[in-house]
Design a protein around this ligand. Sequence first.
Ligand SMILES: Nc1nc2c(ncn2[C@@H]2O[C@H](COP(=O)(O)OP(=O)(O)O)[C@@H](O)[C@H]2O)c(=O)[nH]1
Ligand SMILES: [Mg+2]
Length: 397
Amino acid sequence: MTIQPTGAGHIAPVTVDAPEPGAVTVVIPTFNEAANVRELLRRVAASVPARLPCEVVFVDDSTDDTPTVIADAARDCAFPVSVIHRDTPDGGLGGAVIEGMKAATSPWIVVMDADLQHPPDLIPGLVATGEEQHADLVVASRYLPGGSRAGLAGGYRVAVSRGATRLAKGLFPRALRGISDPMSGFFAIRRETVTGAVTAEALKPLGYKILLELAVRRRPRQVAEVPFVFQDRFAGESKSTAKEGLRFLRHLVELRTASPLARMVAFGAIGLTGFVPNLAALYGLTGAGLHYLPAELLANQLGVAWNFLLIEVLLFRDRRHHRHWADRAGRFALLANADLVLRIPLIALFVGQFHMTVLPATTLALLTTFVLRFAGTEALVYLPRRTRGARTGRNPR
Ligand SMILES: Nc1nc2c(ncn2[C@@H]2O[C@H](COP(=O)(O)OP(=O)(O)O)[C@@H](O)[C@H]2O)c(=O)[nH]1
Ligand SMILES: [Mg+2]
């Protein structure tokens, strides 16, 4: 266990004559952080000046005695401290942060970790910077001059963090403009920027990288950044796992495919990857002596199955609940094969009636059946059935 001197070497970019900041709700998700919360509250108390009214909301999914330790430590705090303990931790870390934002009452919300990797003495600086620069979002960044990732244990985690940052910024160049550290879990946001979203559940709990979620879905008008030194964990162990990495990738796909056009492009990209199992199966089956026509037919089904799996997992993950998987698979396979059947008469039509040559006719037929197939898949496989949806009150977007 290491204790980092929070003040030393830490750059606080706040000017003394910063405008009087508004009050702040500090939202802290906790999962078995009993050994950290007392020190955390002590440092929050030491950092937040009397002129900045503050409350702390813990959203706790712990299986240890973290809530009791918080309640005990809160007695020494001059500001209100509350704990929302969730028996069913919906949405994990992301869901917890959204829950805390819903409970927040102040004009500013600061989100931070409980393990002291995020120095509490930066809380007033984040809020003051937001007030000063009229920003809706202030990100504590490890990548600005003066910031660093000192506490990221090991080259592996540094590389993963760097790769994830590049990927996110590459996919969302506009939404993440001005945010050097979209993976940061430490930021201040004006409550009015999130209120509509948290009550309407527009923010998906899947987004455990909640800052990315907010920056992409809420598009804060003005963004500011402040450097910070990512410290070592004070006590305990990280809860980050490889599973979380997969969740992050799914989150990126979900955010990127929020519009129909983007979904169609993703649908096409997935369709292209289907050629690999298709051709591999064709190679294997004809190699085993099967006639090429039945081999084509079988291999095509493998391509269809592959596409179905990817589309289910990546593209329409949250639209699967209103149909049994076998129903979805059947409809999907039907559409995919209808595509083949429809293409030939279409090509004949283009060549015979419109006097096109074979290559452009085939290209046009491919494009037409592709768009039809995408629209058909959305409408017939993944769109909620109206009557039943209304009756059960289920509304999967
Ligand atoms: N409420 C809640 N908090 C979580 C969950 N998973 C992690 N946390 C908290 O989120 C913060 C960051 O988690 P941590 O394990 O330090 O992740 P790392 O900094 O990426 O290694 C800590 O305060 C954790 O206690 C969860 O499922 N629910
Ligand atoms: Mg941590």
